[in-house]
Every structure is written in C-alpha cells, then in structure tokens.
Design a binder for this molecule. Structure first.
Ligand code: HEC
Ligand code: HEC
Ligand code: HEC
Ligand code: HEC
Ligand code: HEC
Ligand code: HEC
Ligand code: HEC
Length: 468
C-alpha cells in the first residue's frame, strides 16, 4: 500500500515538473517568436499612425521608423504612407506589408502615377486641365520624345513631314483641339502610336541609342552609372546625388547600395541638376549614335554645388550669361515643363518665356500685370513656392509670359525689375534692354537673335568676343 502511495505521489510530482518545463518552454517560444518579429529590428513596439485624410490606421512606420516626411505639403500625420505607396496598411511582415505596393521604390513613375499622384482631387482636376500635372505631364515631349522621333524620322526618310506621330509611349490628345490649331501649334497628330523598330536595323539602332534613356519613362538605370536617375514626376521633384546612397534616417532602407535618392523628400524648388540629368548630357549624331560629353566626368548627374560654367553646358551650345547663372526654373514655367493638357509634338508649342519676358525690348518694358484681385492666378501659383518666398500682395506688379501666365517671382517697382529665385534665396536686379545701349532689332526677339552679341559660352569667352 505504501509503495502505491509513493508511486501516486511520484506521478503527481512528475506531472508537475513536466508541466512547469513545458510551460516554460512555451513561454520561451512565445518570447522568441515575438523577438523574431521582422519589425523588431526596427522598432520596440508596432507604431500606428491614423492619417487624418483617410482615418484608417497604418503601421508602415513600425519598420520605416525615422523616415523623413516627404514634403511640408504632404505631412505624414495627414497623408500617412498608403495614399502614395499602396501596400497593406496593417501588416507587420515585409512581404505582406508590401503586397500591392505601387511603383516599388518610386510611386511617381509614369506607369503608376495616375493611381498615386493623380488621384482625383490631388494632382488631377477634371474641371481644370491646366492644374492637372498628372494628366498633362505624360503628354509632354519629356515623356514622349515625339519631336525627336519626328525629326529623326523625317531626316532619315521614314516619313515625309515633321508631323509627330510616334512616342516612346502611346499618348492621346485628351482635351480635343481643332485641327488647324493643332497643326499650327502642336505639330502633332491627335494621338501618338508607340514607336516600334519592326525589322528595320536602323530603327532598332535608333531605339537603342536614342530613345532608351533621358525621358520620363526611363526609370533609374541611367546608362554607365550606378547613380539613380528617377523617372516620372520624381525625375524633377526628388533631388538626388551622384553617389545614389540613401543618407536619411529610415532604418529599413539600405545605406550601402546605390540606387536611392539621398532623402525621402520632394520639392518644387528644383535645382538645375535635376533638369541636366537629361538635358546637356551629350549629343545625338545622324548615324543614330549618342555621344556622352567627353569634357565632364561620368556620371554627369551633378551636385547642386558644382560649377555650372565649367561643367554643365554642351560645348557647342550658345547661351547668355543669365542662362547659366539662374536656375532653369527661374525662367521656365510650370506649363512649359509640365504641359498644358494638350498633346505636344514640337518644342515651340509650349514655349512661353522669352528673353524679352524679363529684359523687355529696346522700346518697351517687360509685359507686366498689376494684381487687382485675390482671385488672380498668381496667388495660386505662388502657394507652392519654397518657404520664405517673398509674399505677394494686391497692387504688386508682376511679370507675365507670352501666354499671359503669371510670374510671381518677377516684380517691378519704381521702374526696377527684380527677379527672386524660385529655387533658393538669391535675387537679382534684371538689367533692361529698354532704352539701353543694346543694339538689338525690335522685331528680332528669339534667343538666336541675341546670341550673336550676347553668347557667353566658353568658346566665345576664349575668343574674347564676349562683351562682358
Ligand atoms: C516588416 C517591416 C516592414 C513593414 C511593416 C513595411 N516595410 Fe517597407 N520596407 C522594409 C524593408 C526592410 C525595406 C528595404 C527593402 C530592401 O532594401 O530590400 C522596405 C522597402 C520599402 C520600399 C522601397 C521598395 C523597394 O522595393 O525597395 C517602399 C516604397 C516601402 N518599403 C513602403 C512601405 C509601406 C508603404 C509600408 C506600409 C504599407 C511598408 N513599407 C511596411 C520593411 C517594411
Ligand atoms: C506624397 C506621396 C508620398 C507619401 C505620403 C510617402 N511617400 Fe514614400 N516615396 C514617395 C516618392 C515620390 C518616392 C520616390 C523618391 C525616393 O526614393 O525618395 C518615395 C520613396 C519611398 C521609399 C523608397 C526609398 C528608397 O530610396 O528606397 C520608401 C521606403 C518610402 N517612400 C516609404 C514611405 C513611408 C514609410 C511613408 C509614410 C511615412 C511614405 N513613404 C510616404 C512619395 C511618398
Ligand atoms: C520636367 C520636370 C517636372 C516634371 C516631370 C514634373 N514636374 Fe511638377 N513642377 C515642376 C516645376 C519646375 C514646378 C514649379 C513650377 C513653378 O515654378 O511655377 C512644378 C510644380 C509642381 C506642383 C506645384 C504647382 C502646381 O501645379 O500645383 C505640383 C503639384 C506638381 N509640380 C506636380 C507634379 C506631378 C504630379 C508630376 C508628375 C505627373 C510632376 N509634377 C512632374 C517640374 C516638373
Ligand atoms: C527625364 C528627362 C528630362 C528631365 C529630368 C527634364 N527634361 Fe526637359 N526635356 C526632355 C526631353 C526628352 C525633351 C524633348 C526634347 C526635344 O524634343 O527636342 C525636353 C524638352 C524640354 C523643353 C522644351 C519643350 C517643352 O516641352 O517645353 C524645355 C523648356 C525643358 N525640357 C525644360 C526642362 C526643365 C526646366 C527641366 C527641369 C525642371 C527639365 N526640362 C527636366 C527631357 C527631360
Ligand atoms: C535666363 C533664363 C533661362 C534659363 C536660366 C534657362 N532657360 Fe531655357 N530657355 C529660355 C528662353 C527664353 C528660351 C526660349 C528661347 C527662344 O525664344 O528662342 C529657352 C528655351 C529652352 C529650350 C527649348 C529651346 C531649344 O531650342 O532647345 C529648352 C529645352 C530649355 N530652354 C531648357 C533649359 C534647361 C534645361 C535649363 C537649365 C539647365 C534652362 N533652359 C535654363 C530661358 C532660360
Ligand atoms: C526670368 C528672367 C530672365 C530671362 C527670361 C532672361 N534673362 Fe537675361 N538676365 C536676367 C537676370 C536676372 C540678369 C542679371 C544677372 C546678374 O546680374 O548676374 C540677366 C542678365 C542678362 C544680360 C546682361 C548680363 C551679361 O553680362 O550678359 C544679358 C545680355 C541677358 N541677360 C540676355 C538674355 C537673353 C539673350 C535671354 C534669352 C535667351 C535672357 N537674357 C533671358 C533674367 C532673365
Ligand atoms: C548687334 C548686337 C546686339 C544684339 C543682336 C543684341 N544686343 Fe543686347 N546689347 C548689345 C550691346 C552693345 C549692349 C550694351 C552693353 C554694355 O552696355 O556694356 C547690350 C546690352 C543688353 C542688355 C543689358 C543692358 C544693361 O543695362 O546692362 C540686355 C539685357 C540686352 N542687351 C538684351 C538683349 C536681348 C534680349 C537681345 C535679343 C533680343 C539682344 N540684347 C540683342 C548688343 C546687342
């Protein structure tokens, strides 16, 4: 009997011990599993944001802890991440969170931007095509290369005129334009078919050497460099550096590889370096080759602090001194770079700024407009300019382009014209041709008409033929 009693006692003891061991193991397992949560590498706790625009909780920041706010116009507390990137808001593992991510690293590629930047009410407004960059940018030459294709096709006998019929991507005139105006102004058919090489070896060469890069569809593989060349809206709006390294504070983004913008930032204060990632890279030859500039090191994607005079203009090109000293966007307007909603087939279609826009002519001052109402377009345009941009007020006199677009950064006061840079804090007094010793002819106002006397390019300066 005693033996039996002992045996029962032992059995209970055993059960208790096994229980404790199992329980402990389970606890340890739970702990290990928790510690192995992929997000633990980045944050101590899941981090939830409820963006005020959507009201739906998101946990992306759990892993992307420390990421920069993309821009003051898109604060994280209002926008969160998913409006722009898609993805699975609550998931806490990378594959699940990233399911349905739009555009991978760049949600602003032309392929996806309609679903991200171009949501109705964001950068598309069906009631106002000129305020709809998402709709207008894909119709510009920077996206289609329609003019380059048409010119080459004409020169090489593939077509009989210079009417633009093809693009690197298909595009369609959305707003409808009466044919005479279209022919005159756009020199484009009402839609562009994608340019296909078919079986023609010359066309294949053209596509490979001349159409595969330097437009808004190219993505981030800029030939011969490991730096990142962004595509779509980000090509202009996201600043980048030659190294292609991410320098920001997001813990998840790799720091030791190329192919990243330096920070998770967008801006409208666009440096000339963004424009020069495509412009001024080199020249095409009629033998359908592209020659990168030999006079500057590759990658030619540059630092905003680089010396523009030394490095960033194609040696053969002509330009006035201000074309190198000012930022591209100090002269070129939003419509010139982002389009007006119509399909363009020729550079002239969107040309709005002229030399006389700032300098006036021999006999007349630059065209100006007095701001008479708060509803003036200028107040809308200026809202997206850099922080600290001098405020506009009723009664101010500002410049306007040939197409009556306001230039809130060009202001006249007491006969002096001042230009405030859109990209940084500089300002200049604009020298006027009006009543000056300038020897121009009143009727000849294209830049080519000014360069014979005002070409400031290197060879002119070397020849000592540049007056200033
Ligand atoms: C479990 C952690 C985790 C979560 C949650 C997470 N991410 Fe990521 N994400 C990462 C890591 C790690 C990388 C870097 C990937 C690499 O370099 O291979 C990354 C990269 C990205 C990229 C760049 C895409 C690429 O292919 O490199 C985007 C965009 C992104 N995440 C957006 C989001 C959004 C939006 C959410 C929320 C819906 C989210 N992430 C949630 C871990 C996470
Ligand atoms: C207004 C739109 C917008 C919002 C909101 C936004 N992003 Fe982005 N994001 C972009 C754009 C444009 C890029 C491409 C430029 C770049 O690489 O920095 C990008 C790039 C990224 C990348 C890839 C960076 C790289 O170099 O690999 C990650 C990761 C990312 N975003 C995460 C987030 C997270 C997390 C949030 C929320 C806190 C967020 N984004 C909010 C527009 C946005
Ligand atoms: C070729 C360069 C370039 C590209 C590509 C580009 N932008 Fe812009 N964007 C600019 C410049 C330059 C400005 C500043 C305009 C000014 O100074 O008035 C600007 C201004 C803006 C503004 C503020 C003014 C406004 O219209 O509300 C928005 C919003 C904008 N861009 C959205 C976009 C979107 C969305 C895309 C892609 C579909 C895009 N941009 C593509 C150059 C570009
Ligand atoms: C992704 C490449 C790319 C970037 C970035 C880019 N451009 Fe362009 N741009 C082009 C191409 C391609 C053309 C068409 C050239 C042609 O047909 O001769 C063009 C044409 C133009 C034109 C004349 C036609 C038009 O549509 O107005 C202007 C002006 C211009 N670019 C200014 C700019 C400015 C300013 C910036 C920077 C804010 C910029 N570009 C950034 C590729 C680019
Ligand atoms: C000082 C003002 C100014 C600056 C700065 C400027 N441009 Fe221009 N640009 C003009 C004017 C004015 C025209 C129209 C010329 C004409 O009337 O013939 C023009 C024309 C153009 C054209 C189309 C004409 C052609 O034949 O190529 C392109 C492309 C262009 N600019 C790109 C740029 C880029 C890229 C930058 C920056 C690297 C830049 N511009 C800087 C004033 C400027
Ligand atoms: C957006 C306004 C703007 C446009 C457009 C513009 N300029 Fe200028 N220009 C300036 C400013 C500002 C200065 C003064 C720069 C300085 O003081 O360093 C200047 C200076 C000049 C000067 C005198 C300085 C010198 O030493 O040469 C000439 C000549 C000139 N520009 C010619 C042109 C020509 C030619 C064009 C057309 C291709 C043009 N500008 C387009 C703003 C403009
Ligand atoms: C036949 C030669 C010639 C042509 C063509 C010409 N200019 Fe001039 N320009 C001059 C001379 C000479 C001066 C005076 C230089 C001086 O005072 O040192 C001058 C001065 C200027 C100035 C500076 C005025 C000042 O106070 O510093 C501007 C701005 C200017 N020109 C703009 C233009 C523009 C824009 C065009 C094209 C529409 C043009 N010029 C065409 C010869 C020319």
């Amino acid at each position: 009997m005693r033996r039996f009693a002992w045996a029962v006692k032992d059995a209970w003891r055993l059960v208790a011990i096994v229980g404790v061991v199992l329980g402990g193991a389970a606890l340890i397992l739970v702990f290990i599993k928790d510690a192995m949560q992929p997000w633990r590498r980045f944050s101590a706790e899941p981090m939830t944001v409820v963006p005020t625009l959507t009201g739906k909780p998101e946990r992306c920041l759990t892993c992307h802890f420390g990421i920069e706010e993309i821009s003051p116009a898109h604060p994280t507390r209002a926008f969160g991440c998913v409006v722009c990137h898609g993805g699975n808001a609550l998931a806490l593992s990378k594959p699940r969170a990233h399911k349905g991510l739009l555009g991978k690293r760049n949600p602003a590629t032309l392929e996806v931007q309609e679903k991200t930047c171009g949501k109705e009410g964001c950068h598309v407004r069906s009631d106002n095509p000129s305020r709809s960059p998402s709709a207008s940018v894909p119709l510009t030459l920077m996206a289609t290369k329609a003019s380059e294709i048409a010119k080459a096709a004409f020169a090489l006998g593939w077509q009989k005129d210079e009417l633009a019929r093809f693009g690197v991507s298909p595009a369609r005139e959305a707003l409808g334009l009466i044919p005479e105006i279209r022919e005159k102004r756009m020199l484009a058919a009402s839609s562009l078919a994608p340019f296909r090489p078919e079986d023609n070896p010359q066309k294949t060469r053209f596509v490979k050497n001349c159409l595969s890069f330097c437009h808004l569809h190219t993505g981030h593989d800029l030939k011969n460099t490991d730096a990142r060349h962004l595509s779509g809206c980000a090509a202009c709006h996201v600043p980048f550096r030659p190294s292609g390294r991410y320098l920001g504070k997001d813990k998840a983004i790799k720091k030791n590889e190329a192919g990243h913008a330096p920070y998770h930032k967008m801006t409208t204060a666009i440096s000339y370096t963004a424009c020069n990632a495509c412009h001024n890279q080199g020249v095409h030859s009629l033998r359908l080759e592209f020659f990168y500039r030999a006079d500057i090191p590759r990658p030619a994607i540059t630092d905003p602090n680089a010396d523009r005079w030394k490095a960033y203009y194609i040696p053969q090109a002509q330009f006035a001194r201000c074309e190198v000293e000012l930022e591209c966007i100090d002269c070129h307007t939003r419509t010139e770079v982002m389009g007006d909603g119509h399909l363009t087939g020729n550079k002239d279609a969107l040309q709005r700024v002229r030399c006389k826009t700032c300098h006036g002519t021999k006999t007349s001052l630059p065209a100006l407009r007095t701001l008479a109402s708060g509803a003036d377009e200028a107040f809308w345009v200026v809202r997206s300019y850099r922080r600290g941009f001098p405020a506009l007020k009723l009664g101010d006199r500002i410049g306007i382009t040939d197409a009556n677009e306001p230039l809130p950064h060009l202001r006249e006061k007491n006969g002096q014209v001042i230009l405030h840079s859109k990209a940084h804090e500089k300002r200049w007094r604009v020298p006027l041709a009006t009543h000056s010793r300038c020897a121009q002819e009143e009727k000849k106002q294209r830049s080519q008409d000014c360069y014979p006397c005002h070409d400031a390019s290197r060879h002119r300066r070397q020849e000592g033929r540049f007056a200033r």
